[in-house]
Design a protein around this ligand. Structure first.
Ligand code: NDP
Length: 276
């Protein structure tokens, strides 16, 4: 039987995960099925859909918005990354019929940042903008890199405080950020979905060597343009993070480590009409 995989989300039609995982499977020389599943937003209906998928012998699943916290509750055991973030983006079947929950988003981000920087994050001062699911999934992996400092800032400063307390890091609102201080600025807000940028002072980018937007698009995002115009030496979007987190999920399921760089190159060559 062909190994079955899927990504659960709502909405899900935009997901590039099937394309990415099929490219990984080609690299492995494996024949797999990977599909999108539009799950009902109700917790119980989501849980039934996932359990049914694994009861039919599935080899693994990815979980995306808005189900990562439900997937955390559904898992019988958790990786350290999943435990720390309280969210699961990868489910792996266990031999006893249970499910292991992992979160590969943070690993994908760290790997992509280091690829763009061409060096490790050790000793760097990193500003993380946003305090939603994407930011929460990133903090634990970022803290493992030996950063000199990690500061989280959010439009609603109280949400940044909650995140910061959870991980023992510093938090602030957008308007209290120091100028000329951060080496790397990561945008984990969803402002770019409306073509907006976080309302921060351009001088925040004064020492910035990389302005990184988790959002990805066929062209430079609004945040990348803002960072570059404000003095950031380089900018990047989040396509690499997306592919690298997928590669880590694939490795966890199949024990094969895909060549993420080759897939990123292929996707950039073949952008979808609606933006990558
Ligand atoms: P959430 O809805 O969980 O969080 C949204 C965050 O964005 C909140 O911190 C919110 O602040 C902030 N925000 C929204 N609008 C604005 C605005 N106009 N100005 C400033 N801040 C704003 O979203 P996620 O965390 O799941 O996703 C965030 C982004 O990351 C999305 O663009 C998503 O596409 C991207 N992403 C990319 C991934 C990848 O693999 N490349 C993986 C996961 C996410 P407040 O609390 O004040 O409302």
């Amino acid at each position: 039987m062909i190994a079955q995989y899927a990504v659960f989300g709502n909405p899900i039609a935009h997901s590039r995960s099937p394309q990415i995982h099929r490219l990984f499977a080609t690299q492995e020389g494996a024949n797999i099925s990977y599909r999108r599943i539009l799950a009902d937003r109700q917790r119980n209906a989501f849980a039934d859909a996932v359990r049914g998928f694994f009861a039919s012998g599935a080899g693994g699943a990815n979980i995306t918005v808005p189900f990562k916290e439900y997937a955390f509750d559904l898992a019988d055991e958790h990786s350290e990354q999943a435990q720390a973030s309280g969210a699961v983006n990868t489910l792996i079947p266990l031999p006893n019929g249970g499910l292991r929950g992992d979160n590969t988003d943070g690993a994908g981000l760290v790997c992509d940042l280091q690829t763009h920087l061409q060096t490790s994050l050790r000793g760097k001062r990193l500003l993380l903008l946003g305090a939603g699911g994407a930011a929460r999934g990133a903090v634990c992996a970022l803290l493992d890199t030996g950063l000199a400092e990690l500061v989280v800032a959010n439009r609603s400063a109280d949400k940044a405080q909650v995140l910061a307390r959870r991980f023992g890091i510093a938090a602030t609102g957008f308007h209290a950020l120091p100028p000329n201080y951060f080496d790397v600025v990561v945008n984990a807000t969803s402002a770019g979905l409306n073509g907006e940028v976080p309302d921060i002072c351009p001088a925040v980018f004064g020492q910035c060597v990389l302005g990184y937007d988790m959002l990805y698009a066929s062209d430079k995002t609004a945040f990348m343009r803002f960072a570059a115009a404000s003095g950031a030496t380089a900018t990047a979007d989040g396509l690499g993070m997306l592919v690298r987190q997928a590669a880590e999920s694939y490795r966890l399921w199949r024990g094969f480590t895909p060549d993420a760089d080759a897939v990123i190159t292929a996707l950039r060559r073949r952008p979808r009409k609606e933006g990558l």
